[in-house]
Design a protein around this ligand. Structure first.
Ligand SMILES: Cc1cc2nc3c(=O)[nH]c(=O)nc-3n(C[C@H](O)[C@H](O)[C@H](O)COP(=O)(O)O)c2cc1C
Length: 512
């Protein structure tokens, strides 16, 4: 399934902690330290958004943050480390120049392997322990990432740890959280997420609060796995262990029965209020769509009971929202994992002939491209039906485009060309599946159709664009029995003959 060559090249790396990851990024020329003073209020977020680029910007370490000088509890913010395929390859233990196509293939299995974590007595994260009234989230240089956000978001790329009260299995997910007071963090979590399953289980046992801990700043595998769809009964710590090729060392929290990485930079412990009467106002927030899409409404909030952190800790955060020319970390990771997950869904459903799957990072899986080797007409419809019928289609796969195996789905021009000349709406190549579950964060959805209670995750009309050659056309005797004319691309012999004279033509020299 995975390219043999790349499997043999994968050498899992246990970076150790975020500081060693920073050293590795430095050595690879992937990190930019910003020593000039930057304001946590809007300026830091603006710089992060402008610098991340189209998956080609550096990771950023802000060393000098306004109001958080020499004597502050925390003075640095790290962002952007996963907004590049080179750095994703590094985290997976592959050469930095590994093509995204290979990362998708590896993504198909990387979330299903496990190495169990190891519990240790203590670790650097316990160097400083703040409890009770001494807790003050304002001591951390939490950015106001965007002018339009409802507040300062301290949770943008932290590993949120919760536990199923019945099985005892821990979950680590990434969920946004805003500072709403010195010890209060309302978060956005959907019922369909694993944290939502835990909330339901704690509620069914009659609890009004659920233990929770957030590990901020550790190895990149935690951020990557926390934001990816790990199967429900697998603990993310096991998956992280497999990615790094060594068990994660965990320590017990001070005030809740949960475990966190011993070398994390910062851990926030507390209880999540799951009784609607305790909800706290949160949002809006510039969301993954690139729009301000997360509404302002009452949400479950973490009542912080304790913060532990390393001395001189580094706050890990990220600018959310992908747009042309500025791809977020979430979008770059999602482009791999949402494609890999879709490919697995298609395989499990028995859809034949799938040769490649890709979700470009600018929209991270809202549109998906599937390349197939067709053997019968309407195979593309089987692709769309399988995807839309799966739980993986939660806020993803709104528009499915299917192409033949001569179309490179990593080349948008190739897809555009296939849509232009292989799609005929009069031949059922465009199919609309109305009123399905969708995304409440998609601004093209009417406001009232974003109602999560009524429509699951919002109401979407989904579209299939079948851009494959129509196998139902009659073979054309004028074309030697083919259904489509040949393209204008020269024959191999003609290409070889022309290339043999390339330098004679002066065409091997660099352009202009
Ligand atoms: C940077 C980032 C921010 C995210 N923010 C949220 C969020 O606020 N709420 C949410 O439900 N999911 C959010 N997600 C998506 C979840 O982390 C993702 O769906 C993950 O698979 C959830 O964990 P689970 O599979 O254990 O449920 C975010 C992902 C990333 C990478």
């Amino acid at each position: 399934m995975i390219s043999e060559q790349k499997i043999s090249e994968r050498k899992p790396v246990a970076y150790g902690d975020m500081r060693d990851w920073i050293k590795a990024l430095d050595a690879a020329g992937e990190l930019k330290r910003i020593d000039a003073e930057v304001d946590w209020n809007i300026e830091l977020g603006t710089v992060a958004r402008l610098a991340q680029g189209a998956a080609d910007g550096p990771a950023l370490l802000f060393n000098n943050i306004r109001d958080y000088g020499a004597n502050s509890r925390c003075r640095q913010v790290m962002t952007g480390t996963l907004a590049s395929y080179r750095r994703l390859a590094m985290l997976m233990g592959l050469p930095p120049d590994t093509h995204a196509r290979e990362l998708v293939k590896l993504g198909r299995t990387i979330l299903t392997e496990g190495i169990a974590p190891k519990i240790v007595k203590t670790g650097p994260v316990k160097e400083n322990v703040i409890k009770g009234d001494d807790v003050d989230l304002n001591e951390f240089p939490v950015p106001q990432w965007n002018r339009i956000d409802g507040g300062r978001y301290i949770l943008t790329y932290g590993g949120v740890v919760t536990k199923d009260p019945n099985s005892g299995i821990m979950n680590v997910g990434v969920y946004r959280g805003m500072v709403a007071g010195k010890n209060l963090i309302p978060i956005l979590m959907w019922r369909a997420q694993h944290i939502g399953h835990h909330v339901t289980a704690w509620q069914q046992k009659g609890h009004k609060e659920m233990p929770i801990a957030v590990a901020i700043g550790w190895e990149p595998s935690m951020d990557f796995v926390g934001g990816s769809p790990v199967p429900k009964d697998m603990c993310e710590y096991d998956v992280i262990g497999a990615i790094r090729g060594a068990p994660v060392e965990l320590v017990k929290c001070e005030t809740v029965d949960l475990h966190v990485p011993a070398t994390a930079e910062i851990v926030i412990e507390g209880y999540l209020g799951i009784d609607p009467d305790s909800y706290v106002m949160e949002g809006p927030f510039a969301e993954f769509t690139g729009y301000v899409a997360g509404d302002r409404s009452p949400k479950p909030a973490i009542r912080v009971t304790c913060i532990t952190h390393r001395t001189d800790p580094i706050l890990r955060g990220t600018i959310e929202g992908s747009m042309p020319g500025s791809f977020s970390e979430n979008a770059v990771c999602s482009s791999i994992m949402r494609a890999a997950t879709a490919w697995n869904v298609l395989d499990r459903a028995g859809v034949p002939g799938v040769t490649d799957v890709w979700c470009p990072p600018v929209q991270a899986g809202t549109n998906i491209f599937v390349q197939i080797k067709q053997s019968y007409r309407n195979q593309a419809k089987q692709v769309a039906n399988a995807l839309w019928g799966s739980s993986a289609a939660h806020v993803r796969y709104k528009h499915v485009t299917v192409v033949d195996d001569d179309i490179d789905i990593h080349d948008y021009a190739a897809i555009d060309w296939a849509i232009a000349y292989r799609v005929n709406a009069g031949e059922d190549d465009i199919v609309i599946m109305p009123s399905t579950f969708g995304s409440g964060l998609d601004p093209s959805t009417r406001r009232r159709d974003r109602n999560v209670m009524q429509f699951g995750t919002g109401k979407w009309a989904r579209v299939l664009i079948d851009a494959t050659i129509n196998l139902d056309y009659d073979p054309d005797p004028d074309l030697g029995g083919a259904r489509f004319p040949p393209t204008a691309w020269p024959a191999p012999d003609d290409i070889a003959a022309a290339k043999a004279r390339w330098s004679e033509f002066g065409l091997d020299k660099k352009k202009r």
